[in-house]
Write a protein that binds this ligand. Structure first.
Ligand SMILES: NC(=O)C1=CN([C@@H]2O[C@H](COP(=O)(O)OP(=O)(O)OC[C@H]3O[C@@H](n4cnc5c(N)ncnc54)[C@H](O)[C@@H]3O)[C@@H](O)[C@H]2O)C=CC1
Ligand SMILES: CCCCCC(=O)/C=C/C=C\C=C\C=C\[C@@H](O)[C@@H](O)CCCC(=O)O
Length: 260
């Protein structure tokens, strides 16, 4: 998929990985709608990106992915402004094992909500022009982080949901590819205040640190992987792992065709 003229929506776009995703999509010719609940950071980023890439290439909309009303309004505004949606990055996420219900609401329900709201606009069967949806999961979506079991659960669910939607889309003719992005530790605010974020599992912080000591990558490393999943039209149902010493597609076992 060539990105020139394409329109993208990025959730959690104001900071961290989402900010890097937005930048690489703009660098490659797309128009980008930045969705975030952090109004100050979002407006500041839009101003900076507009100066760098042009006034008509970015739009910031304050939006909480937990809100059906706000998500529907944001996607409708995107279509009205840029004529449609070709790319969705369900990236917004949080980590707080004390606020575990909110963690589920943002990390999992927010991804499902973004997907279903976008389908109304992207699905070729309902007048859309197809495209690609990339869900930001995590390496913790492929193997457990004992210090954050709920966060781990949400990311495993995002991987499973993404792969199932990829199959549903291919079988139904939606014309939309679905892929998961599974980074290891990335240098963003999400890694700050880890003890508080681990809540009842803060006593396992040292264990987590042993994983983190294996290497922390930059947001730009993740953004390059996003670009690969967006532009390579052969990718559907994939989970792309990216960490300090490895970049690979998860080799999921294929279902046995007949019992042995
Ligand atoms: N930092 C890391 O080590 C890794 C992060 N991830 C995932 O990457 C994604 C982005 O995280 P980071 O950039 O690291 O974190 P971050 O904290 O730097 O950025 C997250 C952004 O999402 C926004 N956000 C949070 N809740 C929201 C909501 N309800 N509605 C709208 N926006 C919301 C925040 O305002 C912020 O701008 C998350 O899904 C996270 O789980 C995955 C693997 C590793
Ligand atoms: C502390 C929470 C960080 C939240 C951000 C995030 O998603 C970071 C994830 C980074 C790494 C996840 C690693 C998961 C490892 C498991 O897959 C498993 O392999 C660990 C098995 C233990 C081992 O490696 O020996």
């Amino acid at each position: 998929m060539a990105l020139s003229g394409k329109s993208a929506v990025v959730t959690g776009a104001a900071m961290g990985i989402g900010k890097a995703m937005s930048e690489i999509l703009l660098q490659n010719g797309a128009k980008v709608v930045l969705l975030d609940m952090n109004e100050a950071a979002g407006k500041s980023l839009q101003e900076a990106l507009s100066k760098q890439y042009g006034q008509d290439r970015t739009l910031f909309l304050i939006c909480n992915v937990e809100s059906e009303e706000q998500m529907k309004a944001a996607f409708q505004k995107t279509v009205e402004t840029f004529g449609g949606i070709d790319i969705l990055c369900n990236n917004a996420g949080m980590l707080n094992e004390s606020e575990w219900e909110k963690t589920v609401s943002v990390n999992l329900l927010g991804v499902i909500r973004g997907t279903y709201v976008a389908l109304q606009h992207m699905n070729k069967l309902t007048g859309g022009r197809g495209g690609v949806i990339v869900n930001t999961a995590s390496l913790a979506g492929l193997g457990p982080l004992p210090s954050c079991p709920v966060y781990t659960a949400t990311k495993h669910a995002v991987v499973g949901f993404t792969r199932a939607m990829a199959g549903a889309s291919a079988a139904s003719g939606y014309g939309i590819r679905f892929n998961a992005l599974c980074p290891g530790f990335v240098q963003t605010d999400l890694l700050s205040n880890i003890l508080a974020r681990l809540g009842p599992f803060s006593h396992l912080e040292a264990l987590t640190q042993t994983f983190m000591d294996k290497g922390v990558i930059n947001t730009s490393d993740v953004a390059k992987c996003l670009l690969e999943l967006v532009t390579d039209e052969t990718k559907n149902g994939e989970a792309l792992i990216v960490k300090s010493d490895l970049k690979m597609y998860m080799p999921f076992p294929t279902e046995p065709k007949t019992p042995k």
